[in-house]
Design a protein around this ligand. Structure first.
Ligand SMILES: Cc1ncc(COP(=O)(O)O)c(C=O)c1O
Length: 460
């Protein structure tokens, strides 16, 4: 296969200016935002690595599809295009459009999760955890041990620990009815799940009679990494790998804002007619009619086209190469990053970067703030605050073991020069890391606290 790994397989057609405001303005913006990156205005950001979600540059083909949007309430032609694309890519017969990944989570947790349930998965992401808890159930992470070790170089750090999962389901059989396999695993930096592991999880779910749902937000990147890293998968068409992956599950939930290269959209895809019947009423209630699901006709068309584009070999090769380029620059400078690089982001181990700060001083948030102040770079703090939850039995707050600051790379948006700039700023910060102060929490809501929490610098 002739896959150029050295240059992007596109040229720029339209640009959007970005501006680095002064350090003084950045400091003011930071204070006004309560040191929370979600509260900063995007016009005050120079390089925005807050998320890879909904931030892609769409192709000319997608934009031309936007002009073909059929804005009828029901049965718009773009809906049929989307349904066809989802069937083709996933092999599932039944498709429910949703406004984004969270919409799919609302619908499937309503239909498939009951109060008191335990919902195992490899490593649930924040909104998935919140949706599970919102149903009075509990998310349970069963990722392999190496998945939580930032230094471990295993190729599939998103895999499920199948033996532990087997025991867990066996011990809690009456409370487990759904297993969620997230590909790639966002929480630890886009680490992939191998096809062999997905087969084992599928077999386990069948044996125990529980539903397997794939959170497919980054399925294309996962398939690319399978082809590259899994013995026996070399040279296989990505569409084939994707079909095999989906064939192992009963359903898939998709935030199209990632691997379908759109700014808004999502869907739920289902194998069984009975599951469609269980989900459809909730979709109508929360998302809108079943042929638009919170999207306009033009959005549906952009998703239909982006879903196929997202599996393109040359695009994925260039994207993953860029993530590795940034990862390599940071590694060369001795900056503690999660290894190996995953699909969509470079993750800094903020606890090690700022080892003089205790966890109570929010290292992940403190590093994100320092990066913004130093270079106008916006990142996401995914540490103890984002992944802490109260034990339903004791009420005790359990904090995740990691303190990560994630640099998520938007698709087809930035050049390698932007990546080099980010690395330069990080190098400067690393050289003076001892002078970076911690943060104290001012206020935070109990659920999904990291989106809206505010902080202030700790004295000294
Ligand atoms: C793995 C995963 N699942 C679900 C979601 C939720 O998708 P959305 O942001 O489109 O609601 C995200 C978002 O980042 C995600 O990374």
């Amino acid at each position: 296969m002739d896959v150029p790994t050295f240059a992007e397989p596109w040229r720029v057609k339209s640009i959007e200016p970005i501006r680095l405001i002064s350090r003084e303005e950045r400091s003011r913006a930071l204070t006004a935002a309560g040191h929370n990156m979600f509260r900063i205005a995007s016009e005050d950001v120079f390089v925005d690595l807050l998320t890879d979600s909904g931030t892609a540059a769409m192709s000319a083909a997608q934009w031309s599809g936007v002009m073909e949007g059929d804005e009828s309430y029901a049965g718009a032609r773009n809906w049929f295009h989307l349904e066809r694309a989802v069937r083709e890519v996933t092999g599932f017969d039944h498709v429910i459009p949703t406004h984004q990944g969270r919409g799919a989570e609302t619908v499937y947790t309503r239909a498939f999760v009951e109060p008191g349930d335990l919902v195992p998965g490899n490593l649930h992401f924040d909104t998935t955890r919140a949706h599970i808890r919102n149903r009075g159930a509990r998310p349970v992470d069963l990722v392999v041990r190496e998945g939580l070790d930032p230094e471990d170089l295993s190729p599939f750090k998103g895999n499920v620990d199948v033996e532990t999962a087997d025991r867990f389901i066996h011990d809690h059989r009456d409370h487990v009815r759904l297993f969620i396999l997230t590909v790639t695993s966002n929480t630890n930096g886009g680490q992939p799940v191998s096809l062999a592991n997905a087969h084992a999880v599928s077999e386990l779910c069948r044996r125990h009679g529980i539903r397997l749902l794939i959170d497919a937000a980054r399925f294309a990147e996962n398939c690319f990494l399978i082809r590259e890293r899994e013995p026996g998968q070399e040279g296989r068409p990505l569409a084939d790998i994707a079909r095999e992956l989906f064939s192992l599950a009963d359903a898939a939930a998709m935030s199209a804002k990632k691997d379908a290269l759109v700014n808004i959209g999502g869907f739920l895809a289902l194998r069984h007619r009975a599951d469609l019947d269980a989900c459809r009423p909730w979709a109508v209630l929360y998302e809108g009619f079943t042929t638009y699901g919170g999207m306009s006709g033009r959005d549906l068309e952009a998703v239909a086209r982006g879903l196929r584009e997202g599996l393109d070999d040359t695009y994925l090769a260039a994207r993953i190469r860029q993530v590795r380029f940034l990862h390599g620059l940071l590694l060369d400078d001795g900056i503690p990053v999660v290894r190996p690089p995953g699909g969509h982001s470079v993750v800094i181990d903020a606890a090690r970067f700022l080892e003089h700060l205790p966890r109570t001083a929010f290292p992940a948030e403190s590093l994100a703030s320092a990066l913004y102040e130093e270079g106008g770079i916006r990142t996401a703090a995914l540490g103890g605050l984002a992944f802490s939850e109260a034990d339903p039995a004791t009420g005790e707050v359990v904090t995740a073991p990691w303190e990560y600051t994630r640099l998520a790379i938007p698709r087809r948006v930035y050049t390698d020069n932007h990546m080099a700039y980010v690395a330069d700023v990080l190098r400067r910060l690393y050289d003076k890391r001892g002078s970076i102060g911690g943060l104290g929490l001012v206020e935070a809501p109990p659920e999904l606290p990291h989106f809206t929490a505010t902080f202030e610098p700790l004295d000294g």
